[in-house]
Design a protein around this ligand. Structure first.
Ligand code: MD6
Ligand code: FE
Length: 216
């Protein structure tokens, strides 16, 4: 496990404010990684990650899957939450207990003691892939926060304002970091810069992001 330290969040336990109600909890997920990874493999087997098409007709560079009672998907018809994986017709795999516990503990740490997610989006980034600036606004009640867990190779997270054109903060995210945001920051534009070539000792050439939401 020695080598992992070179890639892990540099300041575990440290909390960085990104806005009045948005913060990074450095290394908050590190202790859960040994239980997260096998659970991720089960999800991947039941609901393989796919590159989705946007309503505008572009194929996203990252691959996505979900677990939980609802999952986020995109197609030519729009963005939506569904109870089943459109690719298989099967319900999304259930949210593993370790996912739920991690999301709840991070939310509580960030000042949201009653967060119970019903959806977890699993994003897979290979080097060169990115996520363009967007707002998360497909959830029923925007009063609930979002908890976002980074695993694997680092990426630069872009945290902007309420207009797409607003300036962005550039926030490096490392293996084990957790971002929590809600309240007045809930509708900020955000994205991920093209991921640099790197190899993580456990995950290889891959970044995985878990985004927990209360969607329904
Ligand atoms: C990612 N995250 O970090 C993409 N959305 O891979 C998101 O789009 C995101 O991290 C809402 C809240 C937190 C996030
Ligand atoms: Fe988002």
């Amino acid at each position: 496990m020695l080598f992992d330290d070179l890639f892990d969040s540099p300041q575990p336990g440290h909390r960085e404010a990104l806005g009045p109600q948005a913060c990074v909890l450095r290394g908050h997920a590190l202790d859960d990684v040994p239980r997260l990874l096998p659970a991720l493999q089960d999800i991947q087997r039941a609901a393989p990650a796919k590159q989705l098409v946007t309503p505008g007709g572009r194929t996203m560079s990252i691959a996505m899957s979900n677990c939980g009672t609802l999952g986020w998907t995109s197609s030519r018809d729009g963005y939506r939450y569904t109870a089943r994986d459109p690719a298989t017709g099967q319900p999304w795999p259930p949210m593993p207990a370790v996912f739920l516990e991690l999301a709840r503990s991070a939310a509580a740490e960030a000042g949201h003691p009653d967060f119970t997610p019903d959806a977890c989006l699993v994003n897979r980034y290979e080097p060169g892939t990115r996520l363009s600036l967007h707002q998360d606004r497909d959830e029923h009640d925007l009063g609930h926060p979002i908890v976002s867990v980074s695993l694997g190779i680092p990426a630069v997270f872009l945290f902007g304002g309420f207009q797409r054109e607003d300036a962005t903060q550039k926030v490096p995210l490392f293996h084990g970091d957790v971002v929590v945001w809600g309240g007045v920051d809930r509708l900020r534009f955000h994205g991920v810069q093209p991921v640099k070539e790197a190899e993580h000792p456990v995950l290889g050439r891959l970044r995985i992001n878990l985004t927990f939401r209360r969607a329904g």
